[in-house]
Structures are given as C-alpha cells and as structure tokens.
Design a protein around this ligand. Structure first.
Ligand code: GLP
Length: 235
C-alpha cells in the first residue's frame, strides 16, 4: 500500500486526478471504476480541465460506478447517475453509453445486481476510485459480520443516512436502501485509489489501513489488495 498524506484538498484532488490521467494516457480504452460523494468532486474538476486543455481524451474510455440509491432514476438530481453526468460525463468526451451506474429503479433488483457483476467481470476495472464513509464503508458496503462479494442491495446505516442528509432537503428524503458493487468487484480492480479528507475521517482511515482486517470496518479489506494508493489530507 502507498499511503500519501498531503496538505489540503486541492493537492489531494490534483494527485488523484494525475493517477487517473496516467491510466487514461497509458491505456486509452481503459475501464475506470468511479465514485460519488463530495471527495471526488475536485478530482473530476481537474480531469475536466485537462480534457479541455487537450491533454486527455476519454473517447475510448468506459466506466463503472460503485453504487446507486434504490428508487431514484437517473433524472433525479439526488441520484448518482445524475451526479456523474453533472460532475464529470457532461464535460468530457466520454461515450455515455459506455458509462455504467446501477439502475436504482430496476424492477428486479436481484437481476440488476447479477447483470452488474457480469458486466464488471467482462469489462474488468483498471482503476477503482473510492471515497470512504465515516463508518468505513466503501461504495455502500456497510459494516457487517462479513464482507459481501457480489453486487447487492443494502440497507443504509443510520449514520450513513445522517451523513448523506446534507445533500437532501431533509433527512427523511434520503433513500433507506441502495445497490452497491460488492467487495469482489472492488477487489477485482487492478488498482485501487482511495481518497479522504478532513479531520473527521482521520480515525476511520487509521482503523481501516493500520488496524485489523474486519468486516465491521469495510475498507480494511483493501489491506489485502496488491495495488492500493490512499491519499489523505486532514484539512
Ligand atoms: C457515500 C458514497 C460513498 C462515498 C461516501 C463518502 O455514502 N456511497 O461512495 O465514499 O459517501 O462521501 P464523502 O466523500 O462525501 O465523504
């Protein structure tokens, strides 16, 4: 594991974007595993800027996102599909038909999850970007008695609902369930890049990367991955 501590969010975002940009340059038809939440917004801003400058070309790139709230369609401004379109895809030359986010409105959630895992296996993720929740969740893999391998539906932890309420009008509007890529999909990525900032995340980062591997701290499974980079900024 490479653990990089930086001074602030701006530097963190530039470094994370540089790692993703290097992947796109080295393999123009790579598969990017992408994340939502507030942490990657700065990373995406840099990628958009470098695309606009002519330094990056996303025309052959595909992407697979980690998760989506159940019950929200892609037009809903709280959905993760909407987030991806409006924080990245609409501003770069990626072919949107090659960008995948779980369908939160699927009639048959089980079939949607199985199809998502099939897609992950077929496409293969070159680099997976991750944030981390305050309870150690990655994607929406919440603390549990065991790690779940497959893409699956989860009931969100009350602390996750509370943490994500800032994006909604009221806490009651936060969906209670979501579809998330499982640990199998995340661990199958050739490279993993996890970014976290703020003093509130310090404790969980220490637990996840320097404590025991424990499904109660979902991100701790990444200690078993052969190519993980963590970029952390306390500010
Ligand atoms: C959500 C997402 C995660 C993300 C986490 C942290 O729960 N499902 O993928 O890592 O929030 O979000 P933030 O980066 O806003 O702290």
């Amino acid at each position: 594991m490479k653990f990089i501590t930086v001074e602030n969010y701006e530097i963190l975002s530039r470094k994370a974007a540089a790692i993703i940009a290097a992947q796109v340059i080295a393999k123009p038809d790579c598969v990017l595993g992408l994340a939502t939440g507030s942490s990657p917004i700065g990373t995406y801003k840099n990628l958009i800027e470098w695309y606009k400058n002519g330094d990056l070309d996303f025309s052959a790139v595909s992407s697979i996102n980690l998760d989506e709230y159940t019950g929200l369609d892609g037009e809903n401004d709280q959905s993760y599909r909407y987030f991806m379109n409006n924080n990245l895809f609409n501003f770069i030359n990626i072919d949107k038909s090659k960008t995948f986010v779980p369908n939160g409105k699927a009639q048959d959630i089980k079939a949607e999850c199985e199809a998502y895992d099939k897609r992950i296996n077929e496409m293969g993720i070159d680099i997976q970007l991750l944030g981390i929740g305050l309870d150690g969740h990655i994607g929406f893999n919440e603390p549990d008695e065991f790690f779940t391998k497959e893409t699956h539906q989860v009931t969100l932890d009350p602390s996750t609902i509370e943490a994500n309420a800032r994006f909604f009008q009221s806490i009651d509007d936060v969906p209670k369930t979501a579809i998330t890529m499982g640990m199998g999909g995340i661990m199958s990525a050739k490279k993993v890049l996890l970014i976290a900032n703020g003093s509130a995340k310090k404790e969980i980062i220490e637990k996840a990367f320097f404590g025991p591997i424990d499904p109660k701290v979902p991100a701790s499974i990444l200690q078993l991955h052969p190519d993980v980079t963590v970029i952390f900024s306390e500010n």
